[in-house]
Design a protein around this ligand. Structure first.
Ligand code: IPD
Ligand code: CA
Ligand code: CA
Length: 263
């Protein structure tokens, strides 16, 4: 695991530094759909990450946002799940809240998560059973026990209002039940903020595996709870996720159910 962590850190740091150097200098911006953008820096970051990993682990499998799935040689059974730049919209507007997210799965289980925010020089790392760290210091989720004293975050799919999963009802309901609900635009960093106690909870619908792979392990290793929105097991393919400090989890599950039922 030491070598895997070293390589994951190195890949995240290299891509993060590239992103930092390119803020405000986007060369090309394409649309995946009406409001879902991708820049040359997303693609360059992903190439750099994969090149760095392949130099040490040429037989591994990959699932990466911009280049898709690549199967590895069977003997490896390891898969790297990569969001090269989580928070592309922020990045494209020079809004300083974006990161690199790299998760490593072995035999279907997340074993390592690395999330790097180059602008803040913050690297979040968790390795299964070893706890979670921020810049090498142990982190843990908050101790808040009630929703009405909590700060949460959420996000919205790029096709927000057209989607049945548009999340506006839940956003309105929960905003009225707590200190506030932030929408910062990087799901991986939102999860790390839950892990480090800056947020007490985060939920979102329709995320992709690369948005949550690393961050979900980091929350769990920091003592938090990660499920789907109904308190069932997280399914990275459906991407409906609720991550909290554990103590407010049931309250948020109930509030989400109420917001949907009240539609
Ligand atoms: C997006 C961010 C955002 C979330 C979107 C994601 P991207 O990822 O994580 O916070 O609300 O649903 O698609 O496109 O910037 O990698
Ligand atoms: Ca993402
Ligand atoms: Ca991305």
């Amino acid at each position: 695991m030491e070598k895997i962590e070293k390589v994951a850190r190195e890949a995240a740091l290299r891509a993060g530094e590239l992103q930092k150097s390119r803020v405000g200098k986007v060369k090309s911006l394409d649309y995946k759909s009406a409001f879902n953008i991708v820049t040359d820096v997303d693609k360059a970051s992903e190439a750099l990450i994969i090149e760095t990993i392949k130099a040490s682990f040429p037989h591994d499998a990959f699932l990466a946002e911009e280049s898709g799935a690549e199967s590895g040689k069977q003997e490896s059974e390891r898969r790297w799940i990569i969001d090269p730049l989580d928070g592309t919209t922020n990045f494209a507007h020079s809004y300083p809240f974006f990161c690199v997210s790299i998760g490593v799965e072995e035999k279907g289980e997340m074993v390592l998560g690395v999330v790097y925010n180059a602008i803040a020089s913050e690297i979040f790392v968790a390795s299964r059973g070893q706890g979670a760290t921020l810049n090498g210091e142990k982190i843990s989720v908050s101790n808040r026990t009630t929703l009405d004293t909590s700060l949460l975050a959420t996000g919205f799919p790029p096709d927000t209002l057209k989607s049945v999963h548009h999340n506006m009802d839940s956003f309105r309901t929960i905003t009225n039940m707590c200190h506030g609900v932030r929408r910062d635009g990087s799901a991986a960093l939102d999860l790390c903020f839950v892990a480090s106690g800056r947020l007490d909870g985060f939920w979102e619908r329709k995320l992709a595996p690369w948005d949550v792979a690393a961050g979900s392990l980091i929350v769990r290793e920091a003592g938090g709870k990660v499920t789907n929105l109904e308190d069932g097991p997280l399914d990275m393919a459906s991407g409906h996720i609720l991550a909290t400090n554990g103590k407010i989890h049931d309250e948020v599950v109930k509030a989400l159910a109420h917001s949907i039922a009240a539609k």
